[in-house]
Design a protein around this ligand. Structure first.
Ligand SMILES: [Mg+2]
Length: 259
């Protein structure tokens, strides 16, 4: 598919964050101008991230500071998708949630009934305030048979130094301690977040493009959800390494600046 075909076939453009529109604290060169051209052409820009340690407002602040925010833009995180999933399918259930205080408020504001006693559902978000006491309680509730939901599956979170353990590393921990894997994972590359995004922004998957730098999360997510996919080579993936994955993106560009 050519760039022109991709542009004409999509109304909603979902952008991954790190490796796609910025690297750490530096915007990708030319990204701001390319996003501006998309908005001027009437396309909706939504930033889609698996990182469930921060809120939409926190990401918007960073994107504004980097000059990447425009009128009509939105952020959607795997925590937003998980809160929406719980609201839609487990509205009457009591939920034990591991999350940062700010993300806890996101779930509370979405109407999720949070509890610290005998929950029906255990939810693991990217809790950078995690303690042993919280892990012990979570493990006990899992062993007692609570529905097990995780915001996303990433093993590590990219940082300037050694990558930090992310939700996937804690999923491995709980698998070792109580033998359970999540019943539902909401974020990329799974379909819960794809369905949530289609509902939230009112654009069918066939008119949506997922743009990102990771084959196994971003491109897998787009393909699994029936979207168009754009791989950018500004982050994790190279032209050589992309061939090692079963998914094929509709278009490959060196960076979003070429859009
Ligand atoms: Mg990325």
């Amino acid at each position: 598919m050519t760039r022109e075909e991709l542009l004409s076939s999509c109304d909603l453009f979902l952008f991954d964050l790190d490796g796609t529109v910025y690297l750490g604290d530096a915007p990708i060169a030319g990204a701001a101008a390319a996003l501006g051209r998309l908005r001027a052409a009437g396309k909706r820009v939504v930033y889609l991230t698996n990182n469930s340690s921060k809120t939409r407002a926190e990401y918007e602040k960073k994107l504004r500071a980097l000059g990447l925010w425009g009128e009509g833009d939105a952020v959607y995180t795997s925590a937003d998708a998980t809160a929406e999933y719980l609201r839609a399918f487990h509205a009457d259930k009591r939920v034990y949630l591991l999350a940062t205080p700010a993300v806890r408020e996101v779930f509370r504001a979405a109407g999720v009934h949070l509890t610290r006693q005998t929950p029906d559902v255990c939810v693991l978000a990217y809790d950078t305030t995690l303690t042993f006491a919280k892990m012990k309680r979570f493990n006990e509730f899992l062993a007692a048979g609570a529905l097990y939901v995780a915001t996303h599956p990433d093993d590590v979170c990219p940082t300037a130094g050694v990558p930090m353990p992310d939700v996937g590393s804690f999923l491995a921990l709980f698998e070792r301690s109580c033998g359970r894997r999540p019943d539902v994972i909401c974020g990329k590359p799974f379909t819960v977040m794809g369905e949530c995004v289609a509902r939230a922004f009112g654009v069918p998957a066939a008119r949506t493009c997922m743009a990102g730098d990771r084959m196994h999360t971003d491109i897998r997510f787009g393909n699994a959800n029936g979207m168009r996919t754009l791989l950018v080579l500004s982050g994790e993936t190279t032209r050589e390494s992309m061939a090692r994955f079963p998914d094929v993106p509709d278009l490959v560009l060196d960076s979003v600046a070429e859009l």
